[in-house]
Design a protein around this ligand. Structure first.
Ligand code: GDP
Ligand code: MG
Length: 413
């Protein structure tokens, strides 16, 4: 098998956006109206992802949707090293317009280098202003194609079904234009677990997304620290299938333990090898847990990496107590002269406490969090310790600027 064996695979899509803008409703509407041909009415069971088909230029094209909407889940998986998503659909309610989590979602997609299609939802509502949404997002760099940019915007209604086919077409066109989605279906299956649970009757049940190769019933696999012989594969309608090709989501039965979302799975030669690899993974995890508390990427270590040329970019996430202070901080940071060799990039900013979502984005992007007159919320500190994320707290803007500047200058001397 070489390059010749590569075949096109469907794009895998995650739906993101502000709360209540219609992510769940849109996923439901797409699932109901575009079930894969021949299986209409076969919607018996929801697993963590589903596949639909749509016609584009008289060719039938498939798209896989991950059913856990939101950028939190997306970035949490990315923090574990899993690239699960090819394209992000950013949902913006046409009556509400761009909101804080719209921008947060946008930043998470950009940080992951994932192309974006915008679904301007609730177009059926009185007060819907899809032109305003286009203008708002253009200001954040998502310029609609009709304004000369390269982002596709589609007006949709998850309630009336308007625009859903056009949205699917936009996803396919964006995938064709921006991505080279091919995989070799002849290889052993590999991919990522997107959710898993322990079922009383059936034991560990994992929903996996096959990313390369094909997964078959009877394969010996390792998923996270679980392993086993695949006893059954169930598709997104709960039907038994014998194999799952690239981009196909399936439920896997037969594992010894429940993998975590974002854990990779691989097919190996036999059960014995599967057990060995799983045990090695488990012991590595135990060691990592013991080493927790030793931070992985402190600001100092990042500077160290910059100095060694291992990193060219210092990424920051800014959180402040008000829009004004965040803006002032970002403005001051942008004026630091960091020279030509390295760059300083603010990948996300926001008002309010430092959340687990912020930490998860920092972990996935090797970024440092700068908190200005804010505190951590919930389990953010705990998570930062576990993930090795450095959070710096300041109450004076110039203290923050001075520290970052001094470190960078020292480094560049
Ligand atoms: P999520 O938080 O983004 O998942 O939003 P939901 O899918 O739960 O939708 C939030 C609310 O908006 C629900 O009451 C939906 O029925 C409603 N909604 C979602 N999409 C549309 C739409 O296209 N038109 C109208 N009129 N209402 C919608
Ligand atoms: Mg929802």
């Amino acid at each position: 098998g070489g390059e010749d064996d590569l075949a096109a695979r469907p794009p895998v899509v995650t739906v993101m956006g502000h709360v209540d803008h219609g992510k769940t409703k849109l996923l439901d509407a797409i699932r109901k109206t575009n079930v894969v041909a021949g299986e209409a009415g076969g919607i018996t069971q929801a697993i963590g992802a589903y596949q639909v088909s749509t016609e584009v230029d008289e060719t039938e094209r498939k798209i896989t949707f991950i059913d856990t909407p939101g950028h939190e889940a997306f970035t949490a998986m990315r923090a574990r090293g899993a690239k699960s998503t090819d394209i992000a659909v950013l949902v913006v309610a046409a009556d509400d317009g761009v909101m804080p989590q719209t921008i947060e979602a946008l930043n998470h997609a950009l940080a992951a280098d994932v192309p974006i299609v915008v679904a301007v939802n609730k177009i059926d509502r009185e007060g819907a202003d899809p032109t305003k949404v286009r203008g708002q997002l253009a200001e954040y760099g998502l310029v609609p194609e009709e304004y000369g940019g390269d982002t596709l915007f589609v007006d949709v209604s998850a309630v009336t079904g308007q625009g859903l086919d056009e949205l699917l077409e936009a996803v396919v066109l964006t995938a064709d234009a921006a991505l080279d989605l091919r995989a070799n279906p002849e290889m052993d299956g590999q991919g990522v677990a997107i959710e898993a649970h322990l079922d009383k009757g059936r034991g560990p049940v994992a929903t996996v997304l096959v990313q390369r190769g094909t997964l078959h019933v009877g394969d010996s696999i390792v998923a996270g620290t679980g392993y086993g012989r695949v006893r059954a594969l169930l598709d997104d309608h709960g039907q038994n299938v014998t194999e799952a090709p690239p981009s196909f989501p399936v439920q896997v039965l037969g594992l010894t333990a429940v993998p975590g979302a974002g854990d990779s799975f691989i097919v190996v030669d036999d059960d014995r090898m599967a057990r060995q690899i799983a045990e090695r993974r488990a012991s590595r995890l135990r060691m990592a847990a013991q080493a927790a508390g030793t931070k992985r990427k402190t600001l100092d270590q990042l500077f160290d990496q910059l100095e060694k040329g291992e990193e060219q970019e210092l990424r920051l996430i800014l959180k402040g107590d008000g829009a004004g202070s965040v803006e002032a901080l970002e403005d001051a940071l942008s004026k630091i002269d960091v020279g030509d060799e390295v760059s300083l990039r603010v990948i996300d900013r926001g008002v309010g406490a430092i959340t687990e979502t912020n930490v998860s984005l920092a972990a996935a992007s090797d970024a440092v969090i700068v908190g200005f007159n804010v505190r951590p919320q919930g389990k953010a500190t705990e998570m930062a310790d576990r993930e090795g994320v450095d959070i710096r707290y300041y109450s004076v803007i110039y203290a923050a600027i001075d520290e970052i500047e001094a470190a960078l200058k020292g480094l560049l001397k």
